[in-house]
Ligand binder design. Sequence first.
Ligand SMILES: Nc1ncnc2c1ncn2[C@@H]1O[C@H](COP(=O)(O)OP(=O)(O)O)[C@@H](O)[C@H]1O
Ligand SMILES: [Mg+2]
Length: 243
Amino acid sequence: MVDKVINIQNIAKSVSTGRRSEKLEILHGVSLAANVGEFLSIVGPSGSGKSTLLHCMSGLSKPTSGSVNILGIDPYKLRPAKSAVFRRTKVGFIFQSYNLLPALTAFDNIVLPLRLSRKKVDKAKIYQLLKSINFDANPDSFVSSLSGGERQKVAIARVLVSNCKVIFADEPTGALDSVSGKIIFGLLRDLTKQGVCVVMVTHDIEMAARTDRAITLRDGKLRKILNKPNAQELFEALSDEEK
Ligand SMILES: Nc1ncnc2c1ncn2[C@@H]1O[C@H](COP(=O)(O)OP(=O)(O)O)[C@@H](O)[C@H]1O
Ligand SMILES: [Mg+2]
């Protein structure tokens, strides 16, 4: 039997729109499973619910209904202290908005989860990693002084050093030049070869075509699942959605 790292069943997510008791349903019954070492991509138009799906399936935002299981655990049933440890040690997130602490330096942001878990910080290794992803700024500079692309690399490095088993990435290469994007993709691919499961939202069809499975999302519903997708197939699946 192949181990399921992620298993979500029939997830729906509604949010209050602020107007009286009106609710907006963003996700309508999405089911999906992913295996050890699998590289999954989620593609779809803006506003189709990709970020919401990633937040729900990663334990960050509780779905209105449906079930979520990551590494055999329902993250929404964990007590707060266990939930914090789970997020710090088992799952990694690369957010669209980076989620860095502006008052800390790039280096301190990267090692924060390690320090909180009382793990050893290998400074030379982290400097080497930053070099390998073409991070040209000083690691001791505050993130508030960095460009969008540099911040993105700090957010990526933070996940790469964390040794987690599942990585959720929301357009991780969106703010990067194409060379850096390819390097990051290569590092994520290397992690999947070591058994890490990566779920990546992307607008980049070429990149999605190099993942193991692509999922297209439209209006909060899962539309197509393409195994070993190629760019043409993906392009057609997404163009069909435009009609
Ligand atoms: N907290 C929220 N309150 C109201 N609407 C939201 C909220 N979060 C997302 N939405 C809406 O839900 C839809 C899907 O959003 P999102 O998941 O961010 O899409 P994507 O990542 O595919 O662009 C969008 O129309 C967005 O405006
Ligand atoms: Mg989004």
